[in-house]
Design a protein around this ligand. Structure first.
Ligand code: FAD
Length: 428
């Protein structure tokens, strides 16, 4: 890997997401050698992926080069590498570009889409966890409209303009709201020859409410916002299969659609070598103690989505969100330094800063620990918080200007099929 040993202990971090970057920033000016490995050379701001999928933002405004984030840190190295295996006996990570020894290892590999073992859904549905996936979805949505314009088969046209989103969490809600705004504001202008009223947006939610992790008020208000935008919400319905054409459910309901977006859940992105049954807990996450040490190890840690720290308040671990990831990354930096200096580490305590989701123009719901509010002010708060946490001044400016432009012009200019998406065909 062309990384020489220095006199400092070496900390290897797998993953340059929210948690890995927070940790690297904390450690890289200290007397440790930090090596960050990521299969992408950029940090991906996942909360705004849905805006890439719906043409509201260009992908490069929500991604930032990892090397640039940490360019001023003297003890930091980055390698573009996919980690395939962790050898915890020999303190070695095995990657597609070679092997690397570590003194301390931090797994910050995040999560991946959970299809709950359904291979057909995995094959035919669209996920929205990465930038390439969001670009695929953007292309597919636009290709569908182009095809709908050409077909004379009414059933086919309906299926092409029918968008089914599985999962009524923030991702599903935000995507549905954005699609509804496209239907209202953009389709009639772009496709005057198409009866755009045919476009249908459905959210299918297995439980009895959307935004389940938020307050009842936020959930009810989001539902109200979405219904006013024309989104159909199907509660207490579980999707059982999708063969590329028909969505079947555990009820009599079926949906004919060319686009099923799977936003129904994620699971920890575990890595071979740290997958023993006793290490893994609910959600395929690595069980860690209050110092983020992986069960049974003193020098191997996990932070962010991949880590499950079980407390009385959070018996299933902290929510898989940016805040726990950032806070764990930052505190682990201090704790690794303490461990090296043989001082007692400080247990991690999660400071809940709240949850929010936007449904569209002037519509958001915000649950802060002490205040809960919805509507226009919530939407401004949502925008401010997302701009604040975006990495890079240029990205903040670009996103801000785009949002102002889209707001004033009722537009989404990135509706481009740059890289056509090839749909998988059902060959059964
Ligand atoms: C669509 C969407 C919307 C979201 N919206 C919100 C929101 O509004 N608010 C909120 O708080 N949270 C939101 N989240 C969740 C939030 O993004 C995650 O909780 C957060 O990113 C977790 O940070 P992390 O550091 O654990 O992992 P990530 O940020 O996912 O980073 C993991 C990194 O590890 C790398 N990696 C993984 N495996 C390997 C490997 N084997 N080798 C090398 N590199 C590897 C990946 O490339 C990635 O860079 C959203 C997530 C999604 C998908």
């Amino acid at each position: 890997m062309n990384i020489s040993r220095t006199s400092f202990p070496r900390v290897v971090i797998i993953g340059g997401g929210f948690s890995g970057i927070a940790l690297a920033k904390k450690l890289s000016k200290q007397e440790v050698q930090v090596v960050l490995l990521d299969k992408n050379n950029y940090h991906n701001f996942q909360p705004l992926l849905y805006q890439v999928s719906t043409g509201g933002l260009e992908p490069d405004s929500i991604a930032y080069p990892i090397r640039k984030i940490l360019k001023d840190f003297p003890n930091f190295s980055f390698r573009l590498a996919k980690v395939n295996e962790i050898d915890s006996v020999n303190n070695l990570v095995k990657t597609d570009i070679g092997e690397l020894k570590f003194d301390y290892l931090v797994v910050a590999s995040g999560s991946k889409t959970n299809y709950f073992g359904n291979s057909e859904i995995e094959k035919y549905s669209m996920a929205m966890k990465t930038i390439p996936q969001s670009l695929n979805l953007r292309s597919l949505i636009l290709e569908n409209f182009e095809e709908a314009l050409l077909t004379s088969d009414l059933n086919e046209r309906n299926a092409l303009m029918n968008f089914v989103i599985v999962g009524g969490g923030p991702t599903g809600v935000e995507l549905a709201g954005a699609l509804a705004e496209i239907k209202k504001g953009i389709l009639p202008k772009d496709y005057p020859d198409l009866d755009t009223r045919l476009a249908q947006i459905h959210i299918i939610q297995s439980s009895d409410c959307i935004l389940k992790g938020m307050s009842d008020k936020a959930s009810a208000k989001a539902e109200d916002f979405l219904e006013k935008l024309g989104v159909n919400i199907w509660k207490n319905v579980r999707v059982t299969n999708y063969d590329g054409k028909t969505v079947t459910t555990n009820t009599d309901l079926t949906f004919e659609t060319a686009t099923l977006v799977w936003a129904a859940g994620v699971k920890g992105a575990t890595i071979k070598g740290l997958e023993a049954e006793e290490l893994i807990t609910r959600g395929n996450r690595l069980l860690v103690n209050e110092f983020n040490q992986v069960k049974g190890y003193n020098h191997i840690f996990a932070i962010g989505d991949i880590a499950s720290m079980i407390t009385d308040e959070f018996p299933n671990g902290f929510p898989m969100m940016a805040q726990p990831a950032i806070q764990q990354g930052s505190q682990l930096g201090d704790n690794i330094l303490k461990l090296i200096e043989q001082k007692p580490m400080v247990p991690f305590v999660y400071k809940d800063k709240g949850v929010m989701a936007t449904i569209g123009r002037n519509k958001a719901v915000v649950d802060l620990p002490k205040f809960k509010f919805q509507g226009v002010f919530a939407w401004y708060v949502w925008m401010f918080v997302h701009l604040f946490f975006l990495i890079g001044f240029r990205n903040r400016m670009v996103v801000f200007i785009n949002w102002v432009y889209n707001y004033v012009r009722f537009d989404r200019e990135a509706r481009l099929i740059i890289r056509p998406f090839k749909k998988k065909l059902n060959t059964k």
